[in-house]
Design a protein around this ligand. Structure first.
Ligand code: SAM
Length: 256
């Protein structure tokens, strides 16, 4: 069966895979949910170490690939369904959920976890267990949000990285982000955009990424401001986690 190029890219990202492999091998036991199983790769690592794996995939074409890859494990139940609305016959010791996207905006990680968390045993684990989101001011010439791949699009950093959000997946997450963030400027010139960077916590002590397929930095245009080193600007940042990039708004003003 032909694997999709998206799933192939996910499987080619060795830094992402190695991080998940390490943690799944360490934490797997009992009942596991693998939400957004894709090719089934993460569930296949959990299966030999657990009693039962519930692998959930909403895309029927991708689910066919998972079915083939997971068929040799007699303890895996594949559910072709939306993990936002599905119910499970037993509680989980571990929830693996890799529906990640930068700042958790463009994929279902947050709505899925908000819906499924009630099935996690009290002492259970979620892999990954959370994210830190950071922002930097940029001089960049872009018209729309775009991911930073290789050296493109070119940009100049105008501030230090500021961590503006720390999200723990075991707690309820408000998907609506509405922040005013003070950003100290460390260069003379123009600010015309921001860079959002997401650091993934596989466990509280194991941070991974960004990698090419795990939350690559997202560049977002803003209005334009002339700035000097030592200035502070206020970034107004709005988006809905799981709502898609259309919900993303970023604007800046001088500190007054
Ligand atoms: C980033 S891929 C990860 C695939 C695989 N777990 C891996 O790590 O290589 C996310 C997968 O989740 C699936 N997915 C996205 N939203 C979903 C949802 N609400 N319910 C079930 N599956 C979903 C996508 O179709 C995709 O296959």
């Amino acid at each position: 069966m032909k694997i999709t190029s998206y799933q192939q890219n996910l499987l080619s990202d060795t830094e992402r895979l190695t991080a998940f492999y390490e943690v799944i091998r360490e934490k797997s036991k009992g009942v596991i949910y693998d939400l957004g199983t894709g090719s089934g790769v993460l569930g296949s690592w959990a299966a030999p170490l657990s009693r039962r794996v519930y692998a959930v995939e909403k895309d029927p074409v991708t689910a066919k690939i998972a079915r083939k890859n997971l068929s040799k494990f007699k303890n895996v139940s594949l559910m072709v369904n939306n993990a936002k609305t599905i119910s499970f016959p037993e509680k989980a010791d571990v929830i693996i959920c890799e529906m990640m996207d930068t700042a958790l905006i463009d994929e279902d990680q947050v709505p899925v976890l908000n819906s499924v968390r009630k099935y996690l045993k009290k002492d259970g684990n979620i892999i990954p267990c959370g994210v830190f989101n950071g922002v930097e001011a940029l001089d960049v010439n872009i018209a729309h949000p775009c991911y930073h791949e290789g050296k493109s699009p070119q940009h100049r950093l105008m501030s230090e990285l500021i961590i503006y959000d720390k999200i723990n997946f075991k707690e309820h997450i408000n998907p609506e982000i509405d922040y005013s963030i003070t950003v100290p400027i460390n260069n003379n010139g123009t600010v015309s955009g921001i860079k959002l960077t997401t650091f993934t916590l596989l466990t509280p002590n194991f941070i991974c990424g960004p990698t090419p397929m795990l939350n690559p930095p997202l560049l977002v245009p803003t209005n334009q401001l002339n700035v000097e080193k030592g200035d502070e600007i206020i970034l107004k940042l709005n988006y809905s986690m799981g709502g898609g990039l259309d919900t993303l708004r970023a604007s800046i003003k001088t500190f007054s």
